[in-house]
Design a protein around this ligand. Structure first.
Ligand SMILES: Nc1ncnc2c1ncn2[C@@H]1O[C@H](COP(=O)(O)OP(=O)(O)OP(=O)(O)O)[C@@H](O)[C@H]1O
Length: 253
């Protein structure tokens, strides 16, 4: 491949739709809390799902990742994962970092946690992916023998993301990664997300922290009572306070 072909191949790859979701529904028993959500996500793009407590962000992400009951089409690279369980969705390109780093194993070491993520990769590819994760978050290498449960909140969040990246996903779904973290950690996460976007990952982020989302997201939707009430792009995200005010106004009626 010539350099020109390589560059245009990269550009094509950057623009490709990686995930498309249609008619996403989330429910608990017979109560529907999210319905009729439609969106798509391109390679190298981050979509932020904004909204207050109880808007349905976690339920929406859970329905897409397969951890919350629901329905809808969840296409990743043109394969519909919508009827698969969470485990199969994970094998087919979706990595999910739940709220409060709920995917990490606190009584296992940092290295053992990363091993859990890597186990779905062919053995010969695991060390390169481990190196990638350690380059993204060097603290994970430094603390590899520490128990996950003794890490700081920020370190745990990095581990949760590192674990999720182990299987080299196409889509990384993050539920409020900034929650409870020191602002210094925001910088580390922002840099890491930029690297992941450059690599062509598609990122779906639920956040209540609008200024944090505005630093890294390319587009946003605002969720209220389980429905998208507003959507927009970088131009609105450049003014996170206005957006937060507008969305609180909207949500509050
Ligand atoms: N396990 C559950 N059983 C029943 N209802 C639930 C359950 N989890 C969430 N809900 C309800 O679903 C609705 C959406 O909640 P969800 O947690 O998805 O919102 P959210 O936007 O993620 O808010 P938060 O930021 O507080 O997590 C709320 O009315 C909530 O009470």
């Amino acid at each position: 491949m010539t350099i020109v072909e390589k560059v245009s191949d990269f550009a094509r790859h950057q623009n490709a739709v990686v995930m498309s979701c249609r008619d996403i529904v989330a429910r608990y028993s017979r109560i529907t809390v999210v319905s009729g959500l439609n969106f798509s996500l391109r390679s190298g793009e981050m979509l932020a799902i904004l909204g207050p407590n109880g808007a349905g962000k976690s339920s929406m992400l859970g329905s897409i990742a397969g951890t919350v009951s629901g329905s809808g089409e969840v296409k990743v690279k043109n394969q519909d994962l919508g009827r698969m369980n969470a485990h199969l969705r994970a094998r087919n390109g979706i990595a999910f970092v739940p709220e409060r780093r709920g995917n990490i194993f606190s009584t296992m070491s940092v290295k053992e946690n990363i091993d859990v993520g890597l186990r779905l990769l062919p053995p010969e590819e695991r060390e390169a992916q481990r190196d990638f994760i350690n380059d993204l978050f060097p603290i994970l290498k430094k603390r590899e023998t520490a128990m996950a449960g003794v890490l700081s909140g920020g370190e745990q969040q990095m581990l949760a993301i590192g674990l999720a990246l182990g299987r080299r996903p196409d889509v990384l779904i993050l539920d409020e990664p900034s929650q409870g973290l020191a602002p210094a950690v925001f910088d580390i996460l922002e840099r890491a997300f930029a690297v992941l976007k450059n690599k062509g990952l598609a990122l779906l982020l639920a956040e209540q922290n609008v200024p944090f989302a505005a630093r890294i997201a390319d587009r946003y939707v605002i969720l209220s009572q389980g429905q998208i009430v507003l959507s927009g792009g970088k131009e609105d995200l450049a003014n996170p306070k206005e957006l937060a005010d507008a969305f609180l106004g909207k949500v509050n009626g």
